[in-house]
Design a protein around this ligand. Structure first.
Ligand code: 2RA
Length: 337
């Protein structure tokens, strides 16, 4: 057990879920501190029946902290993680800033738990669109070795934060009332529309969100030869990212075998009965930690291709749950020392 833990970015959408998860999962600690930037420092948080004042995120805040779980914008993580590790505080970081640093392990506990112990103070949690895809890939990769992935995402507005969700609701209302709406987060209307750009232009016509799916997948599996072709799209759905995934494996995996492999994988739930109209949908998966899979079928256009549909709560397994699971791995190893 770590005596003193902190949540950095405690008042944000993911920070709020991390708090909820620590309570739900009975995460062990003696003392907890909630840290945030100037905008939220000084506000009050109710946690496990007690009132806590949110403290200002500054170097000295980590003086007595052993383990911090952070969910902040990248520039904030770039600044605060060094403050923490200089003070011997381990950080599980949910931001994108450290993920591709060679000294920082990028961990999905169901896939590469051992990597979590090979850290120099920071352990990163992947981007939400990557996490659900790699968890779905894991049993297929183990059984048949994945060589190539073609993925199209249908990403919820909650991935763009609380204001992203507000943009969807307020923009939809304005659309139906035939009024103008000034979008705060999205560069184009998201109500009754799709936006085929998430993040900035990054590489060879791909966006930063898409390149995260390429680089993070290769790092998590420790295999740069896995080829990933992503298209990331923002859709007018409040929560849960959906993905249409086609994998090509070295060894053929039939749809029936894939269904059994998915069903036997911890963290995956299969809902797959097309005739009965049963498959995962974002409206049904919100609030669940699982990665849901359906529409499992063999590719009609290639010998070893397998197609499926994958839905997961991007704020939970895509962010808060994965970060807390990494922290739990560290607690177990700390206890074993
Ligand atoms: C998004 N994946 O959905 C991002 C959040 N990290 O915008």
């Amino acid at each position: 057990m770590f005596d003193s833990i902190a949540i950095v970015g405690a008042t944000g959408a993911v920070g709020t879920l991390i708090r909820q998860m620590l309570e739900e999962r009975n995460f062990p600690y003696e003392k907890i501190t909630f840290l945030a930037s100037e905008r939220s420092a000084g506000t009050t948080i109710h946690f496990k029946g007690e009132e806590h004042t949110v403290k200002l995120l500054r170097p000295e805040a980590f003086d007595d902290i052993d383990l911090a779980i952070g969910s902040t914008p990248d520039p904030v993580a770039a600044e605060f993680c060094p403050w923490a590790i200089e003070r011997n505080c381990i950080v599980v970081d949910e931001s994108g800033y450290w993920r591709m640093d060679p000294k920082v392990p990028l961990v999905v506990p169901e896939i590469n738990p051992d990597a979590a112990f090979n850290h120099e103070g920071i352990i990163a949690s992947p981007n939400c669109s990557t996490t659900q895809m790699v968890l779905a890939m894991k049993p297929l990769h183990d059984a048949g070795t994945i060589r190539r992935v073609i993925v199209s995402t249908y990403q919820a507005t909650s991935g763009a934060g609380v204001q992203g969700q507000a943009d969807l609701v307020e923009g939809s209302r304005a659309f139906l009332d035939n009024k103008e709406h000034k979008y705060q987060i999205f560069a184009h209307p998201i109500a009754f529309n799709l936006i085929p750009q998430i993040g900035s232009a990054k590489h060879a016509g791909y966006t930063s969100e898409e390149m995260k799916m390429v680089y993070e997948t290769q790092k998590i599996f420790g295999d740069d030869s896995i080829q990933v072709c992503p298209t990331c799209v923002r859709v007018p759905v409040e929560n849960c990212h959906s993905e249409s995934i086609l994998v090509e494996t070295e060894k053929k995996i039939t749809a029936e075998e894939a269904r059994e492999l998915f069903a036997a994988t911890p963290g995956i739930k299969v809902i797959d009965n097309l005739a009965a109209g049963e498959y995962p949908m974002p409206a049904d998966c919100s609030g669940d930690d699982a990665v849901f899979i359906g529409r499992i079928r063999e590719d009609l256009s290639s010998e070893n291709g397998l197609a499926f549909w994958c839905v997961s709560d991007n704020l939970r397994k895509g962010a808060a749950t994965n970060a807390v699971q990494i922290a739990e791995l560290l607690v177990r190893s700390h206890a074993a020392v």
